[in-house]
Design a protein around this ligand. Sequence first.
Ligand code: SAH
Ligand code: SF4
Ligand code: F3S
Length: 490
Amino acid sequence: MKNEERNRSIEELIEEMDLHKEAPEEEPFRQYYFIKKARAYYQELSRQEGRPLTYCVTTFGCQMNARDSEKLSGILEEIGYVEEAEETKADFVIFNTCTVRENANQKVYGRLGQLGHIKKSKPHMMIAICGCMMQEAEEVETIRKSYRHVDLIFGTHNIFKFAELFTQALQSHKLVVDVWKDTDRIVEDLPVDRKYLFKSGVNIMFGCNNFCSYCIVPYVRGRERSRNPEDIIKEIRQLVADGVVEVMLLGQNVNSYGKTLESPISFAELLRQIEQIEGLKRIRFMTSHPKDLSDELIEVMSQSPKICRHLHLPVQAGSTRILKEMNRRYTKEDYLALVNRLKEKMPDLSLTTDIMVGFPGETEEDFEETLDVVRKVRYDSAFTFIYSKRSGTPAAKMDNQVPEDVVKERFQRLLKEVQTISAEVCKEQAGTTQEVLVEEINDHMDGYVTGRLSNNLLVHFPGDESMIGQLVKVSLKESKGFYYMGELVH
Ligand code: SAH
Ligand code: SF4
Ligand code: F3S
């Protein structure tokens, strides 16, 4: 978009679209045209029903998907739809899917089946499905054959076309399917509807080039593409002007940000530039791949008053042999040395991780190496997963899969170790006073709010709605294992 156009609101640009003319070719204008077209349909449908129509976006998977869902909501709100929390009650339901593990797919089919029954008594209801699972041809086939109540299917690469595809589905009353194999495009300046007023995810890159042998993400999200730093800075400036104080920079491997740009810049340099944005108080990012974490980044982090003292550094496994089979491109020793460098510069840094149990060929000795890393690093918390065979990935073809009972037993041992250590780590901070971003009213305790520490842990303390979105000082009175009870310090 040209500069003078950037300064006009999306609403003004939609207003100017002439529906008597052909849709413009250029993005994002083409989508504004379809938003306007969908509005006309919406108004007619809403008139027939005699009430506003509602939508529900159901998100599975990672923060990347959560951000994509905010983009879907943004477009639906522009069209006129009103949010409805329960998918069984909404007029338009869209599932934004994940396919990283087998059970993620099963969950989607369960919910989709349920909606099929509801749609029988609500014929005007529309159902769409998008996201990572739709990048797999066999899943699209399953839906075509067995879930015929679905109206629209699209993938991860053409999510920017949602307004256009949605309009097509509204018009045609037939299943619309549009899934792209890959893309090198990034479309900027589409509407977004944020879940929180005071914090926001910000995509800095899309896709992944790492091809860890167990992982489906590179196949469903395509090759790595970084957004231009100017576009990122501009988006964050607008968010701050709109009340955001904390951003979470998102990418599958933020440490390789900028490498493929026309004028390459490092992730550390991007952070330096974001740090300069006035009014922005906190910066987070995920995910960091250990192989690409530079000393420059450690330097920038340790000097920064805004970058949170938290790093999510997925280890996956402790055995160097297994790490090699996983194609992670670091050894156990590399990982531990990196953790030492980080802790030397930032003794108060909170580390979290992802760990997988039962990768093909994992022996008891390999698993002990994982436990050893957990004991040495002492993570604040860890997401633990049972290895799931994803067809299409190299690991799915490995023939030495570990028996289920062995995996389950190891998983329980790992969980116990992780939980014991994180409770101990959490306790170390009890008694200190920390800066907290108040996020929400506590659902379980009257008169309490919940806030997030720089290290990403939560604290519950007496407070009210007026505090939401503010940074306050809280004394951590008591550690409850993985969260705290606290008191406001004036
Ligand atoms: N880009 C991030 C991870 C994205 S997927 C990174 O490299 O760290 C999130 C997590 O899901 C991974 O860290 C991994 O622990 C887990 N995961 C990915 N593929 C999996 C599989 N086939 N089975 C089980 N867990 C898996
Ligand atoms: Fe998957 Fe590895 Fe890419 Fe992470 S870095 S998304 S685990 S392939
Ligand atoms: Fe899942 Fe796709 Fe994220 S597979 S983990 S939603 S990138």
